[in-house]
Design a protein around this ligand. Structure first.
Ligand SMILES: [Fe+2]
Ligand SMILES: [Fe+2]
Length: 303
């Protein structure tokens, strides 16, 4: 693979970052509901011309709630996957074992962080926001796939997280500072995860023949299809949450427009922005150029 990532360097970077959940959430570190949480490039609320400015901010908050919940949800399968992989590598390189255990530990911390966020959100938002799940069932379905397919899914997620923060959040002055701080701290650790996942893919793919790699890429696409189904359900829940929170009842035409715009927003957020990340495509290219071509061919449906 064409990269210069090492377990030793990512371990050192992870040890330098090392924040505590207690330092970034709780106490006076509260969400400010007067401001949007999500960048418009991911939320796409402005396209919904039938919503008032206040309703658009409420929808943005609902999307922010779902965004961090979904991260917590995918981390529920990343954590056991990385632990299982670390166990296979126990008698090898010490830096590898230590870096992978920190990766797992950080995902456990992120799951905790996003649960704390949710408590804070639910305590202030006022009405219920339903979410897909339960996370352990989705995790079981994902983990039933070939390890290389799961590792590709995780790599997609790690690069996608990097992209969202760097392209849409870091220099955005309009967003709530507390929500932005959660994304910044998450991004600081995900930078190492993307590299470690690339190294895991190197190890897993070396044990596979070309046909097995092709099948794994096929299963990665299937996992994406399953997650896409979940996203559609989440958008339906978001519509209900918006009506509950604002007291507004959307007409049939408004509901259809909401579903079309928000479904595509969710698809871009969680699928398209990962599938088209240059580093994710480079890993696919190194594995199987035809696999990269296949993903690039279906990506426009998720933009
Ligand atoms: Fe994470
Ligand atoms: Fe991660």
């Amino acid at each position: 693979m064409d990269h210069n990532y090492t377990y030793q360097a990512t371990l050192a970077a992870s040890e330098r970052v090392n924040w505590r959940v207690e330092d970034i959430i709780g106490g006076d570190k509260r969400l400010d509901f007067a401001k949007p949480f999500m960048p418009e490039s991911l939320a796409r609320v402005e396209q919904l011309g039938f919503l008032t400015p206040e309703e658009k901010v409420v929808l943005n908050h609902i999307r922010g709630h779902g965004y961090l919940y979904t991260f917590g949800l995918v981390e529920e399968f990343i954590l056991p996957f990385v632990l299982d992989h670390a166990r296979l590598r126990l008698h090898g390189d010490d830096y590898c074992v230590r870096a992978l255990l920190r990766f797992a530990g950080e995902e456990a911390k992120h799951i905790h962080l996003f649960k704390c966020f949710r408590e804070n959100f639910v305590g202030s938002f006022g009405t219920r926001c339903e979410v897909i799940g339960p996370p352990h069932e989705i995790a079981r379905a994902v983990l039933s796939h070939h390890p290389l397919a799961v590792a590709l899914t995780i790599l997609h997620i790690e690069w996608m997280t990097q992209r969202h923060y760097v392209e849409s959040v870091r220099d955005n002055q309009d967003l709530d500072e507390q929500f932005k701080s959660l994304l910044r701290h998450h991004w600081m650790e995900e930078a190492q995860h993307a590299k470690l996942d690339t190294l895991m893919i190197d190890a897993l793919s070396q044990a596979c023949g070309p046909e097995e790699v092709d099948a794994a890429i096929d299963e990665y696409v299937q996992i994406g299809g399953m997650l896409d189904g979940g996203l559609q359900t989440q958008v339906e829940f978001d519509l209900d949450s918006l009506e509950r929170a604002t007291g507004r009842v959307l007409s049939e035409a408004e509901r259809a427009e909401f579903m079309a715009v928000q479904r595509q927003a969710a698809r871009w957020t969680f699928l398209g922005s990962g599938m088209t990340h240059a580093n994710f495509l480079a890993t696919l290219q190194a594995l199987r150029p035809a696999g990269r071509a296949r993903v690039e061919e279906i990506a426009p449906a998720f933009s």
